[in-house]
Design a protein around this ligand. Sequence first.
Ligand SMILES: [Zn+2]
Length: 270
Amino acid sequence: MIRKIIFCLLLVISLSACATLSGKKEISDADINAQAAKSYAEVKSKSKISTNPVWTAMVQRVAARIARASGENFQWEWVLIESPEVNAWCMPGGKIAVYTGIMPVLKNEAALAAVLGHEVAHAVRRHGKQRYARAMTENEIGLLVGGAAVIGGQLFCKTTACKLLAAGGGVAAGFAITFFDRKFSRGDESEADQFGQEYMARAGYEPSEAVRLWERMSIAMQGKAPPEWLSTHPSDEHRRQKLTEWLPEAESIYQAAPQHYGLGTNIPNS
Ligand SMILES: [Zn+2]
C-alpha cells in the first residue's frame, strides 16, 4: 500500500514536470537504438544463455535470414535465453531474443521465422516509437522518474526481463517498462503480421505456416499470460483470416525468393 502511494506521488510529480518538457524535442532512431542496445546488453548479462547447440544454431540461421529479408540496415544481434517463458522479442534497432520455452511450441523453422518476422516487423516499422521517446524524455528530468520506474517496475512488470531492467532504475528502467509491458495497437499488430509473413516468405520459408503457427500458439497459451504477439491482437480467428487473405501475395514473394527451405528443419523437443 505504502509503495503504491509513493509510486503515485512520484508519478504525479513526474507528470507535472513532464508537461513542461513535452514537445521539447524529437528523439531520433539513433537515441532509441542506443538505449535499446544498452538494455539488451543488460538483459543478456543477467540472463542464462542457452547452451543447447541445435536450438542455438537454428535461432542463429533463421534470425539471420529474417534480418536480411527485412532489408533493414540494423546492428542485428540475436540470443537464445534459457527460460520457460513462451516468448520472443526484437528491440528497436534489431536486438532479438528468443526464449527456450517457445521452441517446442514452434515445431519447425518456418514457425520460428513467422514469430521472428512478426517481432522484427515491429522494430522495422518503428512501432511504439512515440512511447519509447516519451519514456526517454521523461527520464531527462532525472532520478525522480528513475525512482518511480524502479517501484513501478516491481509492481507492474510482468516479465522477468522487465523486472531485471527496472531494478537498475534510470533510463533503462523507463525503457524496459515501455518495451516489455508494451501493448501495440491492433493496427500495428496487424501490420506486423502482414510484414512478418512477407519477411518469412522472402527468407525462403513457406508462408502458409504462419496461419498454422498462430493456431498452435493459441492452443498452447490457453490459461497462460499472453506474450506480446497475443496480447492486443484481434481475435485468433480474425488473425488467421487476414493471414490467409495475404497468403497469395506472400506465396508469390516466396516463389521469387532466392532460396526455398519449405518448413525448414523440425525443432527437436529439447
Ligand atoms: Zn506484435
